[in-house]
Design a protein around this ligand. Structure first.
Ligand SMILES: [Zn+2]
Ligand SMILES: [Zn+2]
Length: 248
């Protein structure tokens, strides 16, 4: 068999394996549906019992632009006009146990956690003006093949359905993966993300767009994507995330 065909078959089989793992994870997930993931006590309809849910690091008073803790109507001293999105909504601070739940969501596709995150993001979004369209932060196709799914897209699908807002899929694309962002500073992240994304969707003239992602760390990804969406005509960009990393 010629090498290209063998390679292609290999990647198709790898993709099937990941999808099978996803399916198994969802079945197991379903079977353990009535037990709190954090304390193993009984939970009804959700994967956390009410006391564990109440103990999560909920964000309440936040800067409307960057979602860091802040009191008052003005923007905080961490963000400025170049921050990117006009408005950011974040449900939780990115700390224990939200980071542990996030790992279940991102690396095991635990559907009960996806449902919980989507429901809370939906609740928060209802407190603000709804966008014309939703987009998910895309993953590079190589990484997508390795993992089998894009967590941000899983979330965006659920939130878009709950809010009855159209989700634009395949419009925002990731052109290169770049270096892993985790260990980079805010400035390095911005450089790393130069030309990482491209807009291949319709004109967004006069539209309000919400970008959905799992975690906002420095805001560099949202900044780069906001710029692209504005170039496509968007007049307003919101970033909606499950968790916000707080400055140390
Ligand atoms: Zn519990
Ligand atoms: Zn701010």
């Amino acid at each position: 068999m010629i090498p290209q065909v063998t390679q292609r078959l290999g990647s198709i089989l790898a993709s099937f394996t990941h999808h099978r793992q996803l399916l198994i994870s969802q079945i197991v997930d379903h079977c353990r549906g009535n037990q709190c993931l954090l304390c193993a006590d009984t939970s009804v309809n959700e994967c956390l019992c009410p006391p564990c849910s109440a103990d999560l690091a909920w964000l309440s008073e936040t800067c409307h632009r960057c979602a860091l803790p802040h009191e008052g109507d003005d923007i905080c001293h961490y963000c400025d006009d170049d921050f990117g999105p006009d408005h950011t909504l974040a449900v939780f601070a990115y700390q224990f146990p939200v980071n542990a739940l996030m790992a279940e969501f991102k690396y095991r596709a635990l559907m009960a956690v996806t449902d919980l995150f989507a429901a809370r993001l939906n609740d928060l979004a209802l407190s603000s003006s709804l966008p014309d369209f939703i987009v998910a932060v895309p993953m590079h196709h190589q990484r997508l093949r390795q993992r089998g799914y894009n967590p941000a897209l899983l979330l965006a699908k659920q939130v878009a359905k709950r809010l009855h807002v159209p989700l634009l899929t395949n419009a925002l694309v990731r052109q290169h993966d770049g270096q892993q962002q985790k260990s980079l500073s805010a400035e390095q992240r911005l450089i790393n993300l130069q030309n990482a994304f491209a807009w291949q969707g319709p004109s967004l003239q006069g539209r309000h767009i919400a970008i959905i992602d799992d975690v906002m760390t420095t805001g560099a990804t949202a900044q780069v994507i906001s710029k692209l969406l504005r170039q496509a005509g968007a007049v307003s960009v919101s970033a909606w995330v499950i968790a916000r990393t707080l400055p140390s």
